[in-house]
Design a binder for this molecule. Structure first.
Ligand code: ADP
Ligand code: MG
Length: 601
């Protein structure tokens, strides 16, 4: 079948109802999008408490009640009129908009595809007033109605007059889930606002306002789960007029789906490719393949530097200096992740601070006076530990014997080795288990990368070249990657169709069977397509080299070798995960051990 558009007979101005319905097409997709607009209005009105009542997934009924500033009697008809807003009046206002809304379109658009009732009362009104709009036809009369200071917006029978749209709505359950997930986003954007959700007459959730560390953590647990809270760290970094705060999940707490990722720009929840990319990249080295990081992050910057008027539902933003924002984010997070060393990373010492404690925190932007980056606030910085250690040593010199528990390094001291795979160690909190291979692999990788970045990898020329025999394919791979190998500290030379000479290798690998290593790495490289970008390729090669060079399982280490490994882990960036994102160590606290044996119960 072929559809043809017939040229119009005359140009006409569309009726206001039709204009609103067209606008509704852009912002009102389902009950959750109605909820978004209503909640944003309540927040803009300065509400401290918001209650949501829904029936049948919000399709039958969706009501939002707040205790915000309210709308005066005279302005009620304006609130449901197109392009009427109290939030901006000039282009200058638009450029530095701090409110969530500003288009003056939501209420009339929603009203054009539902039966909408607005009841409101302001501090100066004696009582409340009501206005109703039905399928876009405003029933002009404003009637008295009882209401405390604040506003209730009730939306009935969504899409009752747009059957084509209604058909696209899913089951009640699905629509409700969408609404709930929207509420989670809002709940994290404004922790200071109390929220209540009821569905079909039953209370589904009740979040009290977070005003301090404990209640902030409580809300975080309710929205993201206690597992996230126990496996994340608080980050805070400020530089070049940008401020990043929030929580990032430890790499070992990665997810199969990108479903625990919340990002806010000046208090507004956004989906942004640039931001997502920067976060992904920061995690790149520590995440198990195909896994997704979990995070709740807040970026604050001068509103002049970000355009929020990009998309009708404002899911997207545009940054004036996108490169700067990307790099700031990438570097801040990468730094934070690199600091996840033993003694910092466990949930035990995680630091939580309240975000958005004041009602307008997300709009309170202050350009920092100093442009130098502040250090990331992470739990127990290593320097503090070192300072403490030095102090203990001094005290010791003074003749006082310190409590040995007190000067215990974070990962403690090795006790034994289990099946040649795990190190058992004892630290202040209890038992530490280390996956030897995973830990060693990370240490080697970080050292090689560090050397490659600074002076270049320190190398050891071989007096007698080592000759390796391999398959043609592997020799071809070697030849194609000679530059990458060179940058990684290896000098390889193809001698024949299936022979290769190793003339030089990184000094750090001096104890290793280089022939076997090169053979393993080439087999791996041949089997897996690798990146063509040199820097990425070098890191991949270094990671593979580290993996194949790391102590093999079943090799016996002496106690002092094990302790050396523990000390190395303590000072190595990202040492909580191996190069593939698996954890390198776990802590079994005395309390957990007690529980296993039902001690003290
Ligand atoms: P916008 O939010 O873009 O201004 P809306 O159509 O969402 O446009 O709302 C129109 C106006 O109605 C707002 O500018 C505001 O003055 C008023 N308003 C809407 N909801 C509320 C509310 N819950 N409390 C107080 N005023 C409200
Ligand atoms: Mg609005």
């Amino acid at each position: 079948m072929h559809w043809r558009y017939n040229s119009p007979v005359a140009i006409r101005i569309l009726s206001p109802e039709l204009v609103s319905q067209i606008a509704a097409g852009e912002i009102v997709e389902r009950p959750a999008s109605v909820l978004k607009e209503l909640l944003e209005n309540s927040l803009d009105a300065g509400a401290a408490r918001i209650a949501i009542d829904m029936e049948q997934g919000g399709i039958k009924r969706l009501r939002v009640t707040d205790d915000g500033c309210g709308i005066s009697k005279d302005e009620l008809p304006l609130a449901v009129s197109r392009h009427a807003t109290s939030k901006i009046s000039t282009l200058e206002d638009l450029k530095r908009v701090g409110s969530l809304g500003f288009r003056g379109e939501a209420l009339p658009s929603i009203a054009s595809v539902s039966r909408l009732t607005l009841i409101s009362s302001t501090a100066s009104d004696a009582a409340g007033w009501r206005i109703t709009a039905d399928g876009g036809r405003q029933l002009k009369r404003v009637m008295p109605a009882a209401h405390p200071v604040g506003t209730s917006v009730e939306v009935l029978d969504l899409f009752f007059n747009v059957p084509a749209r209604r058909k696209f709505l899913r089951t009640e359950r699905t629509e409700f889930n969408h609404a709930e997930s929207l509420l989670r986003k809002i709940a994290l954007s404004r922790m200071d606002v109390a929220l209540e959700l009821n569905h079909n007459g039953r209370q589904v959730s009740r979040l009290r306002a977070a005003t301090n560390t404990a209640t902030t953590e409580e809300r975080l647990v309710e929205v993201c789960g206690s597992h996230f809270v126990e496996h994340s760290i608080y980050v805070e970094h400020e530089a070049a007029g940008l401020k990043l705060t929030g929580w990032i999940g430890l790499p070992a707490f990665s997810r199969t789906q990108p479903d625990l990722q919340y990002f806010y720009v000046n208090g507004r929840t956004v989906r942004d490719k640039l931001l997502a990319h920067a976060v992904r990249q920061a995690y790149q080295d520590v995440l198990f393949h195909g896994r997704h990081p979990a995070y709740v992050l807040y970026l604050a910057l001068d509103p002049l530097l970000v355009d929020v008027n990009v998309h009708p539902s404002k899911h997207e933003v545009r940054f004036r200096e996108s490169r700067l924002v990307h790099d700031f984010l990438y570097n801040s997070l990468k730094h934070a992740i690199a600091q996840l060393q033993p003694g910092h990373s466990s949930g035990l010492t995680r630091q939580v601070a309240a975000v958005n404690e004041s009602p307008h925190a997300h709009t309170d932007f202050q350009r920092p006076s100093a442009q130098s980056p502040l250090p990331l606030r992470l739990a127990e910085p290593l320097s503090a530990y070192r300072a403490f250690y030095a102090q203990s040593a001094n005290t010791q010199a003074g003749g006082i014997t310190p409590d040995p528990q007190e000067i215990m390094p974070p990962l403690g001291y090795a006790l034994a080795q289990l099946h040649g795979i795990y190190i058992l160690a004892q630290n202040k909190h209890g038992l530490v288990l280390v996956d030897m291979h995973a830990a060693h692999e990370r240490i080697l990788y970080e050292r090689l990368k560090q050397e490659a970045l600074s002076a270049g990898i320190s190398v050891q020329p071989l007096l007698v070249p080592l000759i390796v025999t391999l398959s043609h394919g592997e020799a071809d791979t070697a030849e194609r990657h000679l530059d990458t190998f060179r940058a990684a500290g290896f000098e390889l030379d193809r001698l024949g169709p299936d022979t290769l000479a190793i003339r030089q290798a990184p000094s750090i690998l001096s104890d290793i069977d280089l022939k076997e290593l090169v053979r393993d790495v080439l087999a791996d490289l041949t089997a897996h397509a690798r990146s063509d970008r040199l820097q990425v390729a070098i890191n991949e090669l270094l990671s593979t080299v580290a993996c194949y060079s790391a102590v093999r399982a079943h090799r016996n280490l002496t106690v002092s070798e094990m302790n050396n490994l523990l000390r190395d882990m303590e000072v190595t960036a990202r040492s909580g995960q191996c190069n593939h994102g698996r954890p390198t160590w776990v802590q079994l606290g005395l309390d957990q051990l007690d529980k296993l044996f039902m001690r003290g119960q």
